[in-house]
Structures are given as C-alpha cells and as structure tokens.
Design a protein around this ligand. Structure first.
Ligand code: FAD
Ligand code: NAD
Length: 466
C-alpha cells in the first residue's frame, strides 16, 4: 500500500494548492479526485468557464452596441454562434485543467482518480479508475460544494437548471428566470441578457447582492435595469413548474400577492452547500455542523487531530482564493510554521460589467459595530481614463476610522474593479490610513486614480477632480 505524509481529498483550488504547498515543503503528497479532470468547481464549472462566457458576451455587446460610437463600422449583421462560444469556453477550461496535471507532475504529487472515503483516520479507500487503498499521516478534506436547491423545486437540468447547465446551454433562452440575485445569478444573467435573452431576477431579500455594501447593490441594480432586466426584489418563490418547453415560477411579493413568471429556462442560484457525500466522515469522528460544514478550529483542524479541512466545505466565504489561502495555511501548519489568514481582508468580486469588488467592513457592518467612520466616494465619470474608454458607470468608496483615519473598508463598482481591489487589500494588510493612499502616486490616466481620489475625499474631503 502506498504511504504518504499528506493525502488531499478533492482537487479544487483549495485541494490542489494545498498539495503543491505540501510538496514544496518536502512532504510526500497524494491527491484524490473523483472526476477525470482536476481543478474542482472553480476550473471546471465555476470561476473559469463563467469568466470565459462573460468575456465572450462582453465582446458581443461591445460589437453590437458600442463599436459604432468609436467609429468602427461592421458591414452586415453581427451574430452569436453559441455553439462556438461554448466550445471556446470548454477549450479554456481544458487548457486550465491540463495546467493542473502539469503542476501535479512537476511537484511529484501522486494523483488518484476515484471517490475517496475514510476507512479510519490514516487510511483512505479509493473507488473508481484508480481503485485501492492508501495510507497518510495527515489528511486534508477539500471536497468543496454543490449547488443548493429549494425543497419544492425539481431540477430537471434541462430547463430548470443550476449554474453547471447554464454554462453549456445549446440555445439562447428567450426568457431566463433567475431565482437568487447573488453572484451566480447576476454574472450568468448578464451573459444571457447580452446574448439577447429576456432576463428576470427574483430575489428574496430587498436588494441584489444582499451581503455586500448597499451602495454597490443600488448601483448594479441600476445597470441591470438599464439593460432592461426585470429586477423583482422581496419576492419569495413558492413554486416552479415545467410544462413542456415552458417554466412557470410563482412568487409571493411584499403585499402577499402571488406573481407569476413564464419563461423557457429557470436558473436556480440560491447558494451552494458544502459537499461531504460518500466521504464516510462518521468512520473517523469528524464533526459536521447543522449547515453541513465540516467543523474546524482556528488551525483548520477537525475534531480528529490529523485531519484538516479547507475551502467551501468549511465555514466562511465560498471563494476560490479563500480556499487557496487555507490550502497554504494547512500545508505550512503541517510543516511546523505559523501561518496567518486575515478573513476580513479576503476580497469579494462580482465579474459583471461594471465589475463589483469589496474588501473589509461595509457601512452596514460598521453601524452595527458602532464604529465611527468617514466616507470618501469618487465617481468614475470624473476620470479622464473612464471617459476615454466610455466606462463611466460606478464609483470607489473608502470607509476610514473617524479618529485614526485607518481604512476599514473599500467598496467599488466600475471598470476593472476586480483588479483595482488588490490595491485596497494591500493597503489594508499594511493598515494604511486613507491619507497614506492619497499621498502615493497613481499613474495618469488610469482607473486606479479613483482610489486615490476616494482616499482624498475620505481624508479631509478634498478630491481634486470633482
Ligand atoms: P471545489 O472547487 O468544489 O473542489 C472540490 C473537489 O473535490 C471537486 O473536484 C470534487 O469532485 C472533489 N470531491 C468531492 N468529494 C470527493 C471525494 N469524496 N473524493 C474525491 N474527490 C472529491 N469563486 C471565486 O473566487 N471567483 C469566481 O469568479 C467564482 N466564480 C464561480 C462561478 C460559478 C458558476 C461557481 C459555481 C462558483 C464560483 N466560484 C468563484 C466559487 C469557487 O468555485 C469555489 O469557492 C471554489 O471552487 C472552492 O474550492 P474548493 O477547493 O473548496 O472546492
Ligand atoms: P449567493 O449566496 O451569492 O446568492 C444567493 C442569492 O439567492 C442571495 O441573494 C439570496 O438572498 C437569494 N435567495 C436565497 N433563497 C432564495 C429564495 N427562496 N428566493 C429568492 N432568492 C433567494 O449564491 P450563488 O449566487 O448561488 O453563488 C454560490 C456561491 O458561489 C457564493 O457563495 C459565491 O461566493 C460563489 N461564487 C462566487 C463568484 C465570484 O466570486 N465572482 C461567482 C459565482 C459564485
């Protein structure tokens, strides 16, 4: 039987990064993945394919709506070839997952294809292509998550679908009804709206992106409304019924009235659930809480001391970069180091256009915590760079402590915010004040100047360009 220092179950961004870091630190490492491709949700049916379709559909929208204003004329009709668009997305996925195979070989990590389950705290059974048993001193559970559903919805995966099916549709929906105005609903809703589908977003809470700063929700809601998406807030879905090619969704509004929506596809995007099916954690006494998450302590150690857990399967944000940080954290802990993660500084990004990005506390959280804060906000439309490209929607908002001026949260919506947020994370990691950010040079003309201007506004209300 093969013996290892560490065995990782699951090859998503949590698992494969943990395996690489363990190998880098000199541990003999194995990774077990039940599917034939590595990379987990993120690479196969999550981050990467969704961003490929967001990019393709953005190009189409630029070509159909904005090329002309830039003086670019295309004779004849511009058409979408969905089959080709989906094939390109798959090629991007294949190249990316292939890259993980290369990294496993490079780092001499043994890969086992098959479902991993616990025999005891140091032995794992593998069922599938590489069936057998392996032994490991330490085991990392990185089994990720699966889409959640509402108890009364029957997902037929043809017309009543999750994000996984929405990434490989064979036709552009006429009317896509989306249940859940969170990250998946908005990103994939924007893809299909751009391609010509009518889109209705039904959200249970009173705003989209309910966990982000309310200012961002409001601004993105405007963008979706401008694109003629129907945004139905405070609607509680009651039933979803398929009749032939039609899907009928009934929801209760604030007044208690039942509102009916008819479409040809319904995307259910109401969150994801931690995934431990078939893992046989009962055999090793690893505790699962009432939300289905593997319970861990501050060292990401489960109730069984040589078994750790990371990523979507434990508490916290379900984000690829959070899973990656935790993978590195556990590997370094096993190597006797003292790593650290500041969960407050894990950024969140929504890859719509304009992009939405945030780090640190929201205004709502600061109010609850009774922290006195200052706000500095700067609109992109006041930037030369934004006017040059025509991306004038959005703003950067910096929240700073009223007394010390330390930056407590940065919330932004606009072009390239997914990348701009890195500056805010860096500044906050070094506990910068708003004045610190306002005093270092930002290249002109760039979108990043909005960060400097928002910092000037937060420091003592002296932005230069508004
Ligand atoms: P996963 O990526 O879910 O990987 C777990 C792996 O474990 C899977 O491959 C699974 O097959 C395997 N597995 C499970 N059980 C077993 C077993 N018993 N034996 C063997 N293998 C097993 N996050 C971002 O940060 N940015 C984004 O832009 C983003 N976009 C997303 C878009 C979509 C449509 C979706 C669905 C998610 C997106 N996410 C994004 C979230 C991101 O994909 C997850 O947070 C991330 O993949 C979690 O990583 P993980 O390693 O914990 O688990
Ligand atoms: P989410 O938690 O972001 O959004 C779910 C939304 O559904 C919420 O707004 C919630 O209020 C709403 N909802 C819940 N029950 C409802 C009901 N009965 N009726 C109507 N609305 C209801 O979840 P998601 O969009 O499914 O995404 C799942 C996870 O994947 C998220 O945790 C997210 O972090 C991750 N993800 C991240 C990215 C990214 O980082 N860009 C992209 C996609 C997914």
């Amino acid at each position: 039987m093969n013996s290892y220092d560490v065995a990782v179950i699951g090859s998503g961004p949590g698992g494969y990064v943990a395996a690489i870091r363990c190998a880098q630190l000199g541990m003999k490492t194995a990774i077990i993945e039940k599917y034939s491709t590595l990379g987990g949700t993120c690479l196969n049916v999550g981050c990467i394919p969704s961003k490929a379709l967001l990019s393709s559909s953005h190009h189409y929208e630029e070509a159909t709506k904005h090329f002309e204003e830039h003086g670019i004329e295309i004779p004849g009709d511009i058409k979408v070839n969905l089959e080709k668009m989906i094939a390109r997305k798959q090629a991007v996925v294949d190249q990316t997952t292939g890259g993980i195979d290369f990294l496993m070989k490079k780092n001499k990590i043994d890969v086992y294809e098959g479902l991993g389950s616990f025999i005891d705290s140091t032995h794992i059974k593998i069922e599938g292509k590489d069936a057998g048993e392996i032994e490991a001193k330490n085991i990392i559970i990185a089994t990720g998550s699966k889409p959640s559903n509402l108890p009364f919805i029957s997902l037929d995966k043809e017309r009543v679908i999750t994000s996984t099916e929405a990434l490989k549709l064979k036709e552009i929906p006429k009317h896509m009804i989306i249940i859940g105005g969170g990250v998946i609903g908005l990103e994939l809703g924007q893809v299909y709206r751009r391609l010509g589908a009518e889109v209705t977003v039904i959200e249970y809470m009173d705003r989209i992106l309910p966990t982000m700063d309310a200012g961002l929700s409001k601004e993105l809601n405007k963008v979706f409304k401008k694109a003629k998406c129907k945004m139905m807030m405070s609607h509680k879905v009651q039933s979803v019924e398929r009749k032939g090619d039609e899907v009928i969704v009934k929801a209760e509004n604030k007044k208690g009235e039942i509102v009916e929506f008819k479409g040809d596809y319904c995307l259910v995007s109401v969150g994801r659930r931690p995934y431990t099916d078939g893992l046989n954690v009962e055999a090793v006494g690893v505790k699962i809480n009432d939300r289905g998450q593997v319970e861990v302590n501050d060292h990401l150690q489960t109730s069984t001391s040589n078994i750790y857990a990371i990523g979507d399967v434990i508490k916290g944000a379900m984000l690829a970069h959070k899973a990656e940080e935790e993978g590195v954290f556990v590997a370094e802990t096993l190597a006797g180091q003292k790593p650290h993660i500041d969960y407050n500084l894990i950024p969140g990004v929504v890859y719509t256009w304009p992009e939405v990005a945030a780090v640190g506390k929201t205004e709502e959280e600061l109010k609850v915590d009774k922290v006195e804060y200052k706000v500095g906000q700067f609109p992109f439309r006041a930037l030369g760079r934004a006017r040059a490209s025509g991306d004038i929607d959005g703003f950067v908002k910096i929240l700073a402590d009223k007394t010390t001026d330390e930056v407590l949260g940065v919330h932004m919506i606009g072009a390239r915010c997914a990348d701009l947020i890195a500056e805010a994370v860096t500044a906050m990691e070094f506990r910068a004040s708003a004045e610190d950010i306002s005093r270092y040079s930002h290249a002109h003309p760039t979108f990043a100047e909005a960060v400097k201007e928002a910092a000037l506004a937060a420091t003592d209300n002296r932005p230069l360009h508004v």
